[in-house]
Design a protein around this ligand. Structure first.
Ligand code: BG6
Length: 518
């Protein structure tokens, strides 16, 4: 039995594109001197401009605790742009930074918000902006509620705006709450001042091109839907494996852990896209209705035997890139006796007609051997072997892999005859790589999300009901872990696998895929 790879040839691509440019918008970024703003938000806005999709009247007011003048902030932004963009000429970058302004202050002080209001009015006037204000909360989650309150108190939330053009939108980073109760409390505060239609809960995975492609693949092709169900699919694996550790984010991560950081949002959102029913249209609420319906159908976990459906781990010392790598407990800022999980794996079932008894295996972890984000759909084995000596065990099932990172693409594994002997077959992987076919770097997901937010399209943002259902499902797990006497098991940094997670699959006769397998 052999296996070999083939590349598809793409002779003609009939490309149909639809894109809407942003209307004139004023954006206020809280936490503007922070890492997210520098690495992602400001570079993504410059890229949107480079693609001709940012209105020339756009302006941005950065807010933060650090004291900078407009000029200093522009210089910082320019340096970040040089570091994080590659294809934009320096004079265009310089021109972009002229649209940036800065205000420092104390997030807890009402006077700061009066100042924001005045400054915003002034720069909107200067730039001739008649459209929306977008408030982006790139600050620690504990501040979300109070900033929203203060914006509302000074009249910037525009909940009842008579003029649609004078709307206000609030962009909130994940995690939205720490569990069901805190998510509801936070949402109640936001709803005092903002409607659901004004709230954009970001999950940056939804902005990734290949995650968006899940819907195109499923619903713009006729061949998948008839087999996309329990009759033909044996199991589905969703993997987000990272090589990075906790980096410099221990103060946040040590209080969150993998379940809150990755599972509650990115993993469940990807699962929902793969498993949801076809929406009646591409309208934001029609898609979000289907996703929430799917999340509601996930079978609640039996908490008496939670470790038969959920496992957690924490990386210990190990080897990465031929070098010693420290364990989680030795990372700067991590409590020496921390029981925070850096790895989670789970086996979920969806109790509906389409998926009854099909296991969905989800795993995510830090400090693993290779970066791999993918969704692998394994089809059922053929029912009977026609090929004499070749048994069913020697014919691996078809697997469709939606590759999200690091190499975006799609692969399909199937059996084919090898020339020569009468019966000689092997496993063939048909690989489609975005990079080979389109030859362009994948746009940063924040480009998509920031543009959609300015345009007012909430399709790729989480609606509160889906956040709530996800917490309903996971809060009992968090509570059980809190009470658990045993800490998470250790896995060495650089591991390919986490043996305790194997048991989730072996009972069903399945195996985890190798990280970055074809
Ligand atoms: C973030 C998490 O949401 O996603 C990080 O907070 C994680 O802990 C990151 O490293 C992974 O994102 P990506 O796009 O690099 O896969």
């Amino acid at each position: 039995m052999t296996s070999w790879d083939i590349q598809p040839s793409v002779d003609a691509l009939d490309i149909v594109c639809a894109e809407t440019a942003a209307p004139p918008t004023a954006m206020v970024v809280f936490g503007a001197s922070g890492d997210l703003a520098n690495r992602k938000l400001i570079p993504s806005l410059a890229q949107i401009q480079q693609r001709g999709l940012l209105d020339e009247r756009f302006c941005l007011l950065g807010c933060g605790r650090k004291a900078y003048s407009d000029e200093q902030f522009r210089q910082l932004a320019y340096d970040a742009l040089v570091e994080h963009t590659s294809d934009i000429p320096p004079e265009t970058l310089k021109a972009f930074t002229e649209k940036l302004y800065y205000l420092s202050g104390d997030y807890g002080a009402p006077a700061f918000y009066e100042q924001i209001k005045e400054t915003l009015a002034r720069i909107r006037d200067k730039h001739g902006i008649t459209g929306c204000n977008v408030f982006y909360l790139s600050v620690p989650p504990l501040l979300y509620g109070s900033i929203a309150e203060q914006l509302g108190a000074v009249g910037l939330s525009q909940k009842e705006a008579a003029e649609p053009a004078q709307c206000a939108r609030l962009v909130v980073e994940k995690p939205f709450g720490r569990d069901l109760q805190t998510a509801i409390e936070l949402n109640d505060i936001l709803y005092k001042w903002f409607d659901e239609s004004q709230i954009y809960r970001i999950d940056h995975y939804l902005g990734k091109e290949t995650v968006q492609n899940i819907m195109i693949l499923r619903f713009a092709n006729a061949i998948f839907e008839p087999v996309w169900n329990r009759n033909h699919i044996e199991s589905i694996q969703v993997t987000i494996a990272e090589t990075l550790g906790v980096e410099h984010r221990a103060s946040y991560y040590d209080k969150s852990g993998a379940l809150r950081d990755m599972f509650q949002n990115h993993m469940l959102q990807m699962m929902a896209l793969v498993a949801m029913e076809p929406p009646i249209s591409f309208h934001a609420d029609h898609i979000r209705d289907e996703k929430v319906k799917l999340l509601r159908s996930i079978r609640p976990f039996e908490m008496d035997s939670w470790n038969s459906c959920f496992v957690r781990g924490q990386y210990g010392p190990g080897r990465m890139n031929d070098q010693n790598a420290p364990g989680y407990l030795s990372e700067e800022g991590v409590a020496p006796d921390s029981t925070t999980e850096t790895y989670v794996a789970a086996c979920l079932f969806v109790d509906n007609w389409r998926w009854k008894d099909v296991p969905f295996y989800l795993r995510t972890g830090k400090r693993l051997a290779r970066k791999t984000t993918e969704i692998a759909v394994t089809f059922r084995q053929v029912p009977h072997s026609l090929f004499g000596s070749v048994g069913l065990d020697e014919m691996p099932p078809n697997v469709l892999v939606l590759k999200i990172q690091p190499e975006e693409g799609i692969s399909l594994r199937f059996q084919a005859k090898r020339p020569g002997s009468k019966i000689c077959m092997g496993t063939l992987n048909m690989n489609f790589s975005y990079n080979d076919v389109f030859g362009v770097e994948m746009p940063e997901s924040y480009q998509r999300l920031l543009l959609d937010c300015m345009v007012g399209d909430q399709t790729l943002f989480a609606r509160f009901d889906s956040v709530e259902v996800a917490w309903q499902l996971l809060t009992p797990v968090l509570e059980t872990w809190k009470e658990a006497k045993t800490p998470p098991s250790e896995y060495p940094a650089g591991s390919e696998t986490f043996p305790e997670a194997d048991a989730l699959l072996t009972t069903n006769g399945h195996k985890w895929r190798r990280l970055s397998a074809p």
